[in-house]
Design a protein around this ligand. Structure first.
Ligand code: ADP
Length: 817
């Protein structure tokens, strides 16, 4: 086979091979025109080999892709290197499919291109899938752009990639700005650090996060945004992107800031800040929420009906200070009208408002460069105007709903602050008064929480107990300070309160560290609170001085009583002499008789024995008289005991009988039987009876026209007392009435001292009884005293667990006569 035949056979074989490949293959001359197309090419395009040859194939190229394809092809030819491009080729049925057109050069030994071989690969499906993805991406972008929030995409490293339309419009940043990291510049400088640190943490962990920060808007203002950033993972779970979405929360932030401001003001009020400081902070708070507004609070003194002072931190003092001392009433001041009529006064423009043409306030306001003045009353909860809240602006202005809202808040807070400060001032005053009163009256107070034994002492009580006012008081401390003898009384009292019984006022003594004794009187009340807590509130009065004075007085009284008794000894001498004389003469007579009977022969022994017995009886009688006298005139401290008033009266009668007889007084004892014993000092009660009997006898000494009748009567009195009365038929009282007689040193007698009745009354008072006098229906007067029964005295003394004794004891509730 010759070379040309060989080549022909090779070419034929090549064609066969090429045609069997299921791909569109072709060859072209080194300068471009196609020489050969494979069967598959012919089949696909529907062009014949001839039609496709040269540049004929171009008819099957999509018109949109032809220029690009030819340009690329020429570039490839010019470069002499393999190359490829994509183009749509028409199928025999007129439809187009995408192909990857690839050309490779075939070179001879010297490297010259002798031919181009090409293969068109169908990439239609891949291409269309790619287009869809692009389309879908476009759709996604449109959706994202349509979201009414700021949406941004970031790379896995957190660098900004893109931002949605809303974001671009809001920030004024372009997509390029964002891609170049310009996004950071829109974040408020104060929030950058927070944003970056959050980013760092979340980029490291891959966890979504939320952040509140301020983002600069296109007009340069910053607004609060809440941003949420979430990661996008690939199939392997690796973060490939972050998406962020931010919502505007400026409104919420403002409301929060407002609330925080309000809270701060209320905290100032609660913590007891000065009223001026609170009102000043309030003005500044409102000024922050309402730009261009200047606030001013005018305090009112309703006693003088003038403005007291102004608080206006942002206004010049030359503007706000002159209000002090100006009258609230009248039409001069907008705040005066607001306060007086309790209405809001709005001067939109004080310059043109006819209401203020003649008011000096117009010139004052204008002179300081202000135009609008709005004044609103600040009222207490009961509706009383406490102050006015004023807003001025440099321009004419009408309050907007936002302004009115702020004014409502401001007046409410001002009202709370002022009311609280008034209450605190009143409380302070009361506290001062109370502590002064406590100090002056030596009265302290304490509260005892019965369930917890917590004790709170008042200042004065600390002083009374001589405790350190800086350390809390415990029950133990109190017990240690109580006089050992009074501990049972305290224990009994506490047990009463704990068991739910009422509180009994009682007296108790303290023994101080230097052994001084203090006498305290307590008055208490047990309070059961709504939550079940039981609290015992007690007032404690230091009555040491009084008690000491009483003791001194008591001593003086005893002395005086003794003196009066002794002084009456003289008057009684005759009677006593008579009393003693009778048994003495009896004894002498009996002794003589006895001697006589023994001297008789035979001695009359029986008669002598009988007479000796009488002698003994008379001796005893005389000894009794002496004993009674000694009892009455001895000097001893009074003691409380159970006294039989009838017996006491009988003894006095016995002592006075002779005296009365000589005075021609007819005695009528009417002593009731079965009377209870009374609590008292036997001798002192006898002294009183003796005084009354002697006075009665004296009052009848000049009476000759009627019997000198003296009745001594004892009877049971109401209220568990026994009474004794001495009734005479004497001169009775003069025009002065009976009360003067009890005054010390009042006497109508030449030899009188005028202390008998006053001493008697103090004795009876000291017995918790009463002594009084009354004129008789007929002539004369009746003197009566009434003293408590011993049994009643004992029970009340035991109740209070008191030591017995005439002084320092609690009198039972007596009412005699
Ligand atoms: P004195 O007996 O030393 O005068 P008293 O205090 O006992 O002192 O009495 C004061 C005065 O009261 C008497 O001076 C007398 O004027 C008057 N008085 C006392 N008892 C009676 C009585 N039974 N009737 C009328 N006047 C009396």
């Amino acid at each position: 086979m010759c070379k040309s035949e060989e080549a022909l056979v090779t070419s034929h074989n090549f064609k066969l091979i090429i045609d069997s490949i299921p791909a569109m293959a072709w060859s072209a001359r080194p300068d471009g025109p196609t020489e050969f197309v494979s069967q598959h090419y012919v089949d696909y395009t529907g062009l014949s080999s001839e039609q496709a040859r040269g540049w004929g194939w171009t008819v099957a190229v999509h018109t949109d892709d032809l220029d690009g394809l030819i340009a690329t092809w020429q570039t490839i030819i010019a470069s002499g290197n393999a190359g490829e491009t994509e183009a749509r080729l028409r199928r025999f049925d007129g439809s187009y499919r995408w192909f990857l057109v690839r050309a490779n050069p075939l070179r001879d030994e010297s490297g010259n291109i002798v031919k181009w071989y090409g293969v068109n690969t169908d990439i239609d499906e891949r291409k269309r899938a790619g287009d869809k993805a692009v389309e879908a991406e476009g759709e996604l972008q449109r959706t994202i752009d349509g979201i009414p929030a700021l949406v941004a995409a970031y790379g896995a490293d957190g660098a900004g990639i893109s931002i949605n339309k809303r974001g671009r419009e809001y920030t004024g940043l372009s997509a390029e700005d964002v891609a170049n990291g310009g996004w950071r510049g829109a974040i408020h400088p104060d929030d950058i650090e927070l944003e970056e640190s959050k980013w760092r943490t979340c980029l490291a962990t891959g966890e979504p996060f939320e952040l509140e920060y301020r983002v600069r808007a296109v007009d340069g203002t910053y607004r609060w945004q809440i941003a949420r950033r979430v990661p996008l993972h690939d199939q392997a779970g690796k973060v490939i992107r972050w998406y962020g979405m931010s919502h505007d929360i400026e409104g919420r932030k403002q409301a929060e800031a407002f609330l925080a401001g309000e809270k701060q003001l209320l905290e100032m009020i609660i913590s007891g800040s000065l009223l001026r400081d609170v009102l000043s902070a309030l003005c500044e708070f409102i000024e922050r929420a309402a730009p261009d507004c200047f606030c001013d609070v005018h305090m009112i003194d309703w006693i003088s009906s003038t403005f007291e002072y102004a608080v206006a931190p942002s206004l010049p003092s030359a503007y706000s200070d002159p209000i002090a001392g100006m009258p609230v009433s009248g039409e001069l001041l907008p705040c005066g009208i607001a306060a007086f009529q309790n209405i809001q006064v709005v001067a939109v423009d004080i310059e043109s408002d006819p209401r203020w043409y003649t008011s000096p306030v117009r010139a004052h306001v204008l002179q300081h460069g202000y135009r609008s003045v709005w004044s609103t009353p600040v009222c207490s909860r009961e509706g009383r105007v406490l102050a006015t809240f004023c807003i001025v602006q440099r321009k004419p202005a009408t309050p907007s709903p936002h302004h009115q809202d702020l004014i409502a808040h401001a007046t409410q807070i001002a009202s709370i602050a002022i009311e609280r400060s008034l209450v605190e001032a009143a409380l302070r005053q009361t506290k001062t008064l109370l502590s002064e009163a406590q100090r002056l009256s030596s009265t302290g107070a304490f509260s005892w929480r019965v369930d917890t034994d917590d004790i709170a002492f008042s200042e004065e009580l600390y002083r009374i107990f001589e405790f350190d006012p800086n350390s809390p008081v415990t029950l133990e401390q109190i017990r240690e300070r109580i006089h050992a003898d009074d501990i049972p009384s305290l224990t009994a009292q506490m047990a009463r309160v704990r068991s739910g019984e009422g509180y009994l006022g009682y007296e108790i003594r303290l023994r101080m560290l230097d052994n001084r004794v203090k006498y305290l009187r307590t008055f208490g009340r047990v309070i059961r609170h709504q939550d079940g807590r039981v609290e015992c509130l007690t007032a404690v009065q230091d009555v040491t001085e009084r008690r000491q004075a009483e003791e001194a007085l008591g001593k003086a009284r005893t002395e005086l009583a003794h003196v009066t008794r002794v002084s009456s000894l003289g008057a009684l001498t005759a009677s006593i002499a008579h009393e003693v004389n009778q048994p003495l003469s009896g004894i002498i007579t009996n002794a003589s008789t006895c001697l006589r009977m023994l001297a008789a022969d035979p001695p009359n022994v029986d008669g002598a024995r009988e007479t000796a017995h009488r002698t003994i009886r008379d001796g005893n009688l005389a000894a009794d008289v002496i004993a009674r006298l000694r009892g009455l005139f001895s000097k001893r401290a009074p003691t409380i005991e159970a006294v039989d008033l009838n017996e006491a009266a009988r003894e006095v009668i016995a002592l006075s009988a002779g005296d009365l007889q000589r005075g021609r007084v007819v005695l009528h004892p009417q002593l009731s039987e079965g009377l209870p014993l009374v609590a008292g000092d036997h001798v002192q009660l006898q002294q009183v009876i003796m005084n009354l009997v002697r006075n009665a006898a004296d009052a009848m000494s000049g009476v000759d026209d009627r019997p000198r009748r003296l009745v001594i009567k004892t009877e049971h009195d109401e209220d568990d007392c026994v009474r004794l009365s001495v009734e005479d038929a004497g001169t009775g009282f003069g025009a002065d009435g009976p009360e003067r007689l009890f005054e010390a040193f009042y006497t109508t007698k030449n030899e009188g001292m005028g202390i008998g009745l006053s001493v008697s009354r103090s004795i009876i008072d000291n017995h918790c009884g009463r002594l009084w006098a009354a004129a008789n229906d007929g002539p004369g007067a009746t003197f009566t005293f009434s003293v408590p029964e011993y049994s009643k005295y004992r029970s009340s003394a035991e109740d209070a667990n008191l030591s017995t004794g005439l002084r320092g004891r609690r009198c039972p509730n007596t009412s005699g006569g």
